[in-house]
Write a protein that binds this ligand. Structure first.
Ligand code: BGC
Length: 710
């Protein structure tokens, strides 16, 4: 089947109104009611978003009544499962899943999500998020794969592979480009980067998405050096479409055209904004419903060439063709019963186990048994806090989910109750996440929790943040454990109890006092439906920890950015009042086993640029459990013509080890990948000395050098 030909044939039959309609995407809550109904009846709009399967019928029927019978493509923010639907499988957040460092996990999660989305009658997921979480203040860190471009590129490509495997669902790489790098961590603000920096870091995951065949891209809200990305011909057309060879279509983010006028104030009206935005490379406009009329008018007045419109429509229709939407006989979707089915939930449980990161353990874990366990803390029994953003709890009307039964959703409290069946479990929240003031009511909560802690043999405290502290337009200046959460941990400790702290949150926070008082700290991030059960089994020691951080924790709220791959600089790159670096850096994570690394060796200590070198390192599991260790390989070119980071992640591997087993981990290094972008944006690999760093914790490294020659 030649998809491009199918698209071409349709384009040749279409009126200008039909073409521009294909380029318009609408959602009901962002369009005036009457207008929305008119478009809906007309049946020609190219795409709708946020329509759930149960509501697609009328849209499809009206499209079927038109002469060309082109159905809309339905997009949905299924970014960690088809989570707008209560009964669907809700996976951990993207940040939590990144802690697995396992491409297979992301691929399978993508496949399951796509099956559930397709079974619901939809065909397009606005995922993955390929922005980097480098500024922790930014509200959308939870949606990222963390701070590193290589990890993001590999996990991003894997999830795209999963989403698109069945051929029924399109993925969407977003938000193009560098959205998370906004100055001050302020959502959708201006970004002060150069093209050199964009190439060095931010373009990498998007290039990997193109290479993986990602069918759609979404334009970011922000601007780079004052130029809104929505009108960036350089990034959308010259780099993405021409240089990288992206042949799918680009959709704007929510009302980007409208924002050019009202927010970014670079245009006076839609007439000009839409012309420049489409010429720059946007093929479809999300919302900005004035786009439809304005673009038609612009074509009629000769302000934009027909060919530009035709190209955009060709791209949109060829994606529809590839998904089988234009076929007369549609291949059947997966059965509806797959949505939230037992097999998917079982996999989700595994993902949650692999996503949890053990930050600290003074021996209190595993907690094999206890007569009485006090489960405390504001996030111990709060499903929306556990889910994080982009689920039915954050984005759908409250009453929609009422009455829908869901068997498998485990808060930490429910998980502990199930796993420690023989123990007495008592629960109190102790404090809320928001609101730090002491009041009669909050004193009562605190007292109640402390009373329970007093009488318990073990205390587990779940703290963190809530959805109101994460998400779009919800950037934080203070990255602390808000409210009285630190106080809760401290006061439990003062009772002479050992404290097991579980962080359920959207992003790394300054752990402050809590870290001192807690005997064990587990970072779960937003851990999805099965998180509570997974955490309980990890606490009990029925499962082992293997997750590692894809993002660094700050020593202090104000000491961010604290990502690992900073420049050395000659004044030390530090503050006088806060330690340098990160207490829990990128790559860190403990296990119930201890893993030790031997010395790294290379197959050659001198190599030609272009050669492949093998690095080998012995790895021993000193523990008495089966376990998985994530081995990280970094590199540094010792002298370059531009600044390069202290080290850069080059590769990583997850290795499974039996008790007391030693194995040899091997990496084949392509020396062509050891380059950097010079001041003219040219990628080059220099001659000279390079260091490789192998690490299992992002803090300690085994190093070995190679000399590269021409
Ligand atoms: C977000 C996107 C999302 C879109 C549709 C926007 O506000 O930035 O990530 O896909 O809305 O919901």
């Amino acid at each position: 089947m030649d998809f491009k030909k199918m698209a071409e044939e349709l384009v040749s039959k279409m009126t200008i109104e039909e073409k521009v309609a294909q380029m318009q995407q609408l959602s009901e809550n962002a369009t005036p009611k009457e207008l929305f109904e008119t478009f809906k009846k007309d049946g020609k709009i190219g795409s709708y978003l946020h329509v759930l399967g149960k509501d697609t019928g009328e849209f499809l029927e009206s499209a079927a009544q038109t002469e060309l019978k082109i159905p809309p493509i339905f997009g949905i923010d299924a970014i960690h499962g088809h989570a707008f639907l209560k009964q669907a499988t809700i996976f951990p957040s993207q940040l939590a899943m990144a802690c697995t460092w396992e491409e297979g996990v992301l691929e399978k999660m993508g496949e399951i999500t796509a099956d559930e989305v397709a079974a619901d009658g939809l065909n397009w997921v606005f995922s993955p998020v390929l922005c980097l979480g480098r500024d922790l203040r930014w509200g959308r860190v939870d949606e990222t794969f963390g701070e590193d471009a290589e990890l993001c590129a590999r996990l991003g490509a894997a999830i795209i592979r999963g989403y698109q495997k069945s051929g029924k669902v399109a993925a969407c790489a977003k938000h193009y480009l560098a959205y998370g790098e906004a100055t001050g961590g302020r959502d959708a603000y201006d970004i002060e980067i150069t093209e050199r920096k964009a190439r060095e870091i931010f373009l990498k995951p998007f290039k990997a998405a193109v290479d993986e065949g990602c069918l759609t891209f979404m334009t970011a809200y922000g601007s780079i050096d004052g130029e809104p990305l929505t009108i960036s011909k350089r990034y959308l057309t010259e780099i993405l479409k021409e240089e990288f060879g992206f042949d799918g279509f680009v959709v704007t983010d929510w009302k980007n055209f409208w924002c050019l006028i009202t927010g970014q104030k670079t245009f006076e009206n839609m007439d000009e904004a839409c012309v420049e935005g489409v010429e720059a490379g946007n093929d479809m406009s999300m919302n900005s419903y004035e786009f439809y009329g304005a673009l038609i008018q612009a074509v009629k007045e000769g302000r934009i060439a027909q060919e530009v419109i035709d190209n955009a429509v060709r791209r949109i229709l060829s994606v529809k063709a590839r998904l089988g939407l234009l076929d007369e006989e549609k291949t059947p979707a997966p059965p509806k019963e797959c949505i939230g089915c037992k097999a998917h939930q079982a996999y989700n449980y595994e993902v949650s186990v692999k996503s949890a990161v053990l930050l600290k353990n003074n021996g209190v874990l595993p907690l094999k048994q206890a007569k009485k366990i006090a489960v405390l803390g504001p996030n111990a029994d709060d499903l929306p806090a556990q889910y994080g953003d982009w689920t039915y709890t954050s984005h759908r009307p409250k009453d929609e989910a009422i009455g829908i039964e869901k068997e498998n959703e485990y808060t930490l409290l429910k998980g502990i109750q199930e796993v420690y069946k023989d123990s007495e479990i008592v629960y109190a929240k102790g404090c809320s996440v928001l609101g730090s003031e002491t009041s009669a009511e909050s004193d009562l909560w605190m007292q109640e929790a402390l009373e329970l802690a007093k009488g318990a043999d073990a205390v587990i405290v779940a703290i963190g943040d809530v959805h109101a502290q994460n998400g779009e337009e919800q950037d934080r200046a203070k990255l602390v454990l808000s409210g009285r959460q630190n106080e809760l941990i401290k006061r439990v400790k003062e009772l002479g109890k050992q404290v097991i702290a579980v962080l359920i949150n959207g992003k790394p926070l300054e752990l402050g006092e809590m870290e001192k008082y807690a005997d064990a700290v587990i970072e779960a991030f937003n851990t999805g439906d099965m998180g509570g059960l997974a955490l309980a089994n990890l606490i009990k020691g029925k499962e082992n920890f293997s997750g590692k951080l894809p993002i660094s924790f700050p020593y202090d709220s104000a000491a961010t950015p604290c990502y690992y791959n900073q420049y050395e600089y000659w004044h030390g790159n530090k503050y006088v009042d806060v330690p340098k670096g990160s207490p829990y850096p990128f790559g860190f994570g403990l296990s119930y086993n201890r893993y030790t690394y031997g010395e790294a060796t290379l197959s050659k200590t001198q190599a030609k640029i272009g050669d492949k070198i093998e690095l080998r390192i012995p790895l021993t599991n000193e523990g008495d459990r089966q376990g998985e260790e994530i081995v990280q390989l970094y590199y540094k070119d010792k002298v370059c013509k531009t600044l390069t980071p202290v080290r850069t992640l080059l590769d990583f591997k997850k290795v499974s080890l039996s008790p007391k087993q030693t194995c040899e981990v091997s990496f084949v290094i392509d020396t062509n990948k050891l380059g950097y972008y010079d001041r003219n944006c040219n990628y080059q690999v220099d001659e000279g000395e390079f260091t490789f760093f192998v690490s299992g914790d992002g803090k300690t490294f085994k190093t070995v050098n190679v000399l590269l020659v021409k």
